[in-house]
Design a protein around this ligand. Structure first.
Ligand code: ADP
Ligand code: MG
Ligand code: MG
Length: 875
């Protein structure tokens, strides 16, 4: 097996075998850049090493000798030679960059003899002993596992003795003393002398790099970044160049563009008379790369040229490590630089404008999930913060406000213009008005897809959920965190992007789409075939959605309109009505209100479809809960003399009890309400069409689409379609106008997907309600699953992802595929989309594209992300 590749034998595409660093060193060598010669030991060798119980694979060592010989020839130096010694670095480098996670050793090959040769041949004893002490320190730390700080102490003592601040000021004499001190330390700690045979040093260093693949830091880094554990690291052995040879030498790191803003300008730092990690280690304050121009014009010009050619070659922003040895530039590493979201966008767009990459490539380079941070208000990252707890980053963005533990109170204060944070153990649909009025939501229970999280993301409000350190005392209106009790009204901030909970206010920055971002979205629009719509229930959200580029509304939930505190009494009257005439009285009061709702939304979305879902949740969600009523009734009884009120409350209690269900999710809801109370749906349809009629008269182009939820059987849909059509005809006749509309259904129960061919005969469109479809297909109740057993399913790898966040393609997806196919066979003109949470998830969007949906619908704040993901799916 070939375990060893000279740099000139490799190329950039060999990352799997040579690691990222090795592959790029090879590539740079072959395009003629000044790379010190060297070779790479493959990742396979590392894997074999582990397979053999941590032993060097057979045949490896035999390949190293000739490779070393090759370097010797190229450099004219000899490894271990006492007059003109070759020194090498031994560097780790896996397929994926893991900066600083594994180990590197510099100046290997030095011993008591070669150091003298180095001093003589360079006529620089100070430099030779500086290199030697660095080598012993790194070798001692990495290979012999002697604590780093023990070396540092010896170095400190030498500086004190010589009375200088920086190690670059130590004389050769002082450094000799340090070397002796280091050697004694190693003898003391390991019981053996420091190894002086360069071949032994090399062997041990290579083994140490293999070993470092499994040090704790590396393991944790891989876990966080989902890098597999079994791909191993390569080892690069490279002849040394020296940045510590004096003031015409140095070392540095630079990005070809600014990694936080994306601006096209060299961004980096360097230090003269320094080596390796000195720049990062903060031993001396490094200089900005720009001042290299003053220091050495020629070198700077060469570096600019090299970095330009590297960027042009890799066609992406590069992160480059370089060393200058006596006025000569060497490149020691290059890789695609890590960057923030704004930088990622700017770099991609500008590279495309510069003609380096295509629009498709520019789009493919952006991680849609990363854009989240750009679309929400966020903290000024420079600010100093007092972090008091951490929870799950449930909805990105930052918010500050007075902490309030009750939704009604949050709403009351919110309406007076106070900024509040709603703090609850968890939220329910009853809290929606409080959430609406709050700047952000903080809960002590619940996961990333808990009610609070979902609602918050939908509204674009920051949320931190599952913050277990919170102890909320509703009785006294306080929250206790780590033993400190904060009363209601205390100013807190939350950072929904990181999950931090902060005491006090923090300065905020507003989100806005940069010019580059808008341009990129324009390109995405040219490429994508999926339309992107938004879920919105009011004109404000609808407007926001339009601003972000939504092509209509894919889900307008009417129940949120019923939750309005001014309307709740009328809604309750409707629910409590004993007879149809009674109910119609209440419905007649709701009709003009609903008409206004739809008027506003259809108007904002003129020119685009607006899909309005008729009433969906179980009715008890609009009624007070049993405990509250019982308390009220008991109070009234004790006080006496409130006959009428008491009777009313008792009637209400009876009704609430009657409506309560074992399993509301599978209970009397969705179109089952329309089947039992068609007058409710008839009123809603009438309100939609009255709004439509008005808008048509006013000259607006509107496209109302009426959506019937939770259908399981074509007959349900056919019946409710008739109710809707009758309403349309009545309104058209009354107002003598015509308007177009469509009627469709949600597919959110397996039976609807399985009988999609039948259902499609009564539908103009399907919209997959994948939240419920996931619940009903898996038989998971979402709120119970996420809190109780889903974590175990993920941990034990039974499920790969939370199926409520990332669409379960294999199961739920199969039903969707079937639904699309059967539906279109029966009704070729059928429009099909998705309106569940998954409509904003990039991986789920890719799947929607693959199975041929016409559109996805997501929260207004995710529209740009969805547009980009849709374009990526189409590339
Ligand atoms: P990391 O992966 O942690 O960045 P590297 O292998 O890149 O580790 O080594 C760190 C630093 O050591 C490099 O940035 C460079 O400054 C220095 N270095 C590595 N090899 C050499 C060499 N052959 N000559 C001079 N300096 C080197
Ligand atoms: Mg490096
Ligand atoms: Mg549903």
């Amino acid at each position: 097996k070939k375990f060893v590749y000279l740099f000139r034998e490799g190329q950039a595409s060999m990352r799997d075998l040579l690691g990222g660093k090795g592959a790029n060193l090879a590539e740079m060598t072959n395009i003629g850049l000044p790379v010190p010669p060297g070779f790479t030991i493959t990742t396979e060798a590392c894997n074999d090493y582990y397979a053999l119980g941590r032993n060097l694979p057979e045949g490896l060592w035999e390949q190293i000798g000739p490779a070393l010989g090759d370097i010797e020839k190229a450099t004219g130096k000899k490894f271990g030679d006492k007059d003109n010694p070759l020194l090498v670095s031994v560097r780790s480098g896996a397929k994926f960059s893991m900066p600083g996670m594994m180990d590197t050793i510099l100046n290997l090959g030095l011993n008591d003899e070669t150091v003298e040769g180095l001093a003589a041949s360079t006529q620089n004893a100070r430099f030779a002993y500086d290199s030697y002490r660095r080598f012993i320190q790194m070798f001692g730390d990495v290979v012999l596992e002697v604590e780093h700080h023990e070396f540092e102490r010896i170095l400190e003592e030498a500086k004190e003795k010589q009375n200088v601040n920086y190690d670059s000021e130590l004389t050769a004499e002082s450094l000799k003393g340090v070397v002796e001190g280091y050697k004694r330390l190693i003898q003391r700690r390991t019981g053996s002398p420091f190894p002086l045979d360069p071949m032994k040093q090399l062997e041990q260093a290579i083994l140490a790099v293999f070993r470092s693949w499994n040090n704790d830091r590396a393991i944790i880094y891989r876990r966080i970044n989902s890098i597999p554990d079994n791909i191993g690291t390569a080892v690069n052995v490279q002849s040394m160049v020296f940045g510590n040879m004096g003031n015409d030498s140095g070392t540095g790191v630079a990005f070809t563009r600014n990694p936080s803003t994306g601006e096209r300008a060299l961004y980096g730092e360097y230090l003269m008379n320094a080596q390796g990690e000195d720049v990062v280690a903060g031993i001396r304050t490094p200089q900005p790369i720009k001042s290299l121009e003053d220091e050495n014009k020629a070198i700077y010009a060469q570096f600019v040229e090299t970095s330009n050619s590297l960027e042009a070659h890799y066609r992406d922003m590069q992160d480059i490590e370089f060393t200058i040895e006596r006025g000569r530039l060497y490149i020691l590493q290059t890789r695609n630089g890590k960057r923030t979201a704004p930088a990622a966008i700017r770099v991609a767009v500008e590279l495309c404008r510069e003609g380096v990459i295509s629009k498709e490539e520019a789009i493919a380079r952006i991680e849609p999930g990363q854009l989240d941070q750009l679309l929400h208000r966020r903290m000024d990252s420079e600010a100093k913060l007092e972090v008091i707890a951490k929870g799950l980053p449930a909805s990105p963005g930052a918010a500050s406000g007075k902490i309030i533990f009750d939704a009604d109170e949050a709403e009351r204060l919110g309406h007076t213009g106070e900024k509040v944070l709603l703090v609850r153990t968890e939220t329910t649909p009853d809290d929606i008005h409080g959430i609406l009025a709050a700047q952000g939501i903080l809960t002590s229970r619940g996961g990333m897809t808990s009610h609070a999280a979902v609602v918050a993301r939908h509204m674009g409000k920051p949320a931190v959920c599952g913050c277990e350190a919170l102890r909320i005392d509703y009785a006294h209106n306080t929250v206790t965190i780590d033993g400190v009790t904060y009363p209601e009204g205390t100013l807190f901030s939350i950072d929904g992007t990181t999950g931090r909970v902060i005491k006090g206010a923090v300065p905020m920055i507003d989100p806005e789409l940069s010019e580059e971002f808008k341009e990129l979205l324009g390109w995405a629009d040219e490429i994508r075939t999926l339309k992107v719509l938004a879920n919105a229930d009011n004109p404000r959200d609808a407007q926001k959605a339009r601003d972000f580029g939504a092509q209509g509304i894919g889900l307008c939930r009417t129940e949120h309109m019923f939750m309005d505190p001014a309307r709740i009494p009328i809604v309750q009257e409707m629910i409590l009505a004993q007879t149809l005439p009674e109910r119609e009285v209440a419905l007649a009061k709701l009709l003009p209100m609903q008409e206004e709702d739809f008027y506003g939304i259809l108007k904002v979305m003129a020119g685009f479809p607006v899909t309005i879902r008729l009433l969906d949740p179980p009715l008890h969600e609009f009624l007070p809960n049993v405990e509250e009523l019982v308390v009220d009734i008991t109070k009234l009884k004790l006080q006496g003399g409130h006959e009428e009120e008491l009777n009313e409350k008792e009637a209400l209690l009876r009704k609430v009890r009657a409506l309560s269900e074992m399993n509301p999710m599978l209970g009397h809801r969705g179109c089952r309400l329309g089947i039992t109370f068609p007058e409710i749906y008839a009123m809603q349809a009438r309100a939609i069409f009255q709004a439509a009629a008005r808008l048509v008269k006013e000259g607006y182009e509107i496209y109302p689409e009426v959506m019937i939820p939770l259908v399981i059987h074509v007959k349900e849909l056919a019946k409710l379609r008739k109710v809707t059509e009758e309403a349309a005809q009545t309104v058209m006749a009354e107002q003598s106008v015509t308007f177009s509309y469509t009627i469709g259904t949600m597919i959110e129960v397996p039976r609807a997907a399985l009988t999609a061919d039948e259902v499609a005969t009564a539908a103009d469109f399907f919209s997959f309600g994948t939240n419920d479809l996931t619940q009903t297909t898996l038989g998971f109740s979402r709120d119970d699953a996420e809190g109780k057993f889903l974590p175990a399913y993920l941990e034990q790898n039974i499920l790969e992802h939370n199926p409520f966040a990332v669409l379960d393609r294999i199961g739920v997806g199969k039903l969707m595929k079937m639904g699309v196919q059967l539906g279109r066979e029966a009704n070729p003109g059928l429009k099909v989309g998705i309106c569940g949470e998954h409509g904003g998830d990039p991986s789920s969007i890719e799947f929607c594209h693959q199975i041929g949906l016409n559109y996805v619908s997501c929260s207004p704040f995710r529209v740009p992300i969805a547009c980009l993901a849709a374009a990526q799916a189409a590339i």
